[in-house]
Write a new protein. Structure first.
Length: 242
């Protein structure tokens, strides 16, 4: 059975004072066979990782090399050194804002593995690609090009995040999610790799999303910033069929 994961992506949000919110998430997490991961900005990784056991901590990006002259970047080794166990790679905001290609993502995944991190690899189609009927072709190409050889369930989690659903409040329908997840599952190099859905997941739609076959959890942006809402999403995942 794939692992079940609720991962929170805090993006560029979170100050020291917000560690209290993470504490509240940690108090309510750690039940029902659901792995909970919080990915705060890099400034909070070390502080969060030393704070609790029930929630794993992840970075939101890493450089493809372990060290060197890359001002402003952070390496996978540094994230691991700060206590992270996961790193989000290939998020659509990085693919868009930093022009990251799937080849760039694959190089970062290799760096994450070398540092002992599990990579949460994001992929998803734009609205124009969906409207053109290219969704399955686009996500299949992103999957093939973003995963280095040897990807397995211990070292990779894949998050399907339709770009048009991220931060928009427009969630993909269960049928849309199901079609993409079934397609991706058949293409995964290890059938046990967890497949997450991401894109406007909220307490009100989580149970419907987790009822979709082949959905093993969620990557949650906005709704992971507040403990109450994120804990409701985690509870919905714990209550869903394994
Ligand atoms: C995300 O950042 O990966 C995301 C899915 O954001 P949101 O839940 O806010 O749509």
């Amino acid at each position: 059975m794939p692992r079940r994961i609720a991962a929170g992506n805090w993006k560029m949000n979170g100050l020291i004072a917000d560690l209290a919110e993470a504490d509240a998430i940690a108090v309510g997490a750690g039940h029902g066979g659901v792995e909970v991961v919080l990915c705060p900005p890099a400034t909070l990784v070390a502080a969060m990782a030393g704070r609790f056991e029930s929630v794993a901590v992840g970075g939101q990006d890493c450089h493809a090399t372990a060290a060197g002259a890359h001002t402003g970047d952070i390496s996978a080794r540094m994230l691991a050194d700060a206590g992270a166990r996961f790193v989000i790679l290939g998020h659509s905001e990085r693919r868009r804002d930093h022009r990251e290609t799937s080849a760039d993502v694959a190089a970062k995944v290799s760096a994450a593995w070398a540092a002992g991190l599990c990579a949460i690899v994001c992929l998803g189609e734009t609205e124009a690609e969906r409207d053109a009927g290219r969704t399955l072709e686009v996500v299949a190409a992103q999957l093939a090009q973003s995963l280095p050889p040897g990807a397995d369930a211990a070292h990779v989690v894949v998050a399907y995040e339709p770009v048009w659903a991220i931060g928009t409040g427009r969630v993909a329908s269960p049928a849309e999610i199901g079609a993409v997840h079934a397609h991706l599952r058949a293409l995964l190099p290890d059938p046990e790799i967890a497949l997450l859905y991401g894109g406007s997941v909220a307490p009100g739609n989580a149970a419907d999303i987790f009822a979709v076959p082949e959905v093993n959890g969620a990557l949650v942006g906005g709704a992971s910033l507040k403990a109450q809402g994120f804990l409701e999403i985690i509870a919905a995942l714990a209550a869903a069929r394994p």
